[in-house]
Design a protein around this ligand. Sequence first.
Ligand code: PEP
Length: 249
Amino acid sequence: MRTKIVAGNWKMNNNLSETNTLIESLKSQGNLGSTRVIVAPSYVHLAQAVSLTSDSSIEVAAQNMHEAKSGAFTGEVSPAMLSSIGIETVILGHSERRAYYGENDATLAKKVDNALDHDMDVIFCFGEELEDRKSENHFEVVKSQISNALFHLKASAWAKIILAYEPVWAIGTGETASPDQAQEMHAFIRNLIQDQYDASLADEVSILYGGSVKPGNAQEIFSKQDVDGGLIGGAALNAADFTTIIKSI
Ligand code: PEP
């Protein structure tokens, strides 16, 4: 059975005390069930977040990392640094990283390899722009994002990969893909993986949906057969909303 996952990407929000408060209020929401729950605070708060969540099932992820193992890359963070503070999961390929920092498929393939070399789980984000969907090019865009960054991997590596389909037009916009649009794309992605590898591998990969998931729409989206949870931005900054989303699975 595929793992159900809800991950919160906190982006560049919250100072240290706000981060602590958000984690504590998440912990105080009670039993979050069997869903794998992951939060991704900013780099500077990761060690503190790992410590604060150590008595709970909540996991902590990084929002990014560098493609090189170490060296003269001012301002960057390596997977070894993350591992050394107890981070076992990293988000890669978020559309904001692609749009504002020029991350492309080739860089992302290197980042994925580097994360896997450090035994980290990867939440790999991808998704089409609005123009791609309007021109009905969205399947081709998603296919090339996934195949260019991930199809060099051996089948065994996929145990560490979590996919997050995030149509760019739905991120932070309040506009969400309809449950049917999400299901259609998730089924397409699972077929792609099946064609490249095999049906049992495709069946095991968790595919999350991201893009304006809120307490009011989570249940309908998560009810779709190929949607295994969500990557949540804005609504993850409120413990009660995030918990409602988690419990919608
Ligand atoms: C995101 O940034 O990954 C995201 C899904 O954001 P939001 O939920 O705010 O649309």
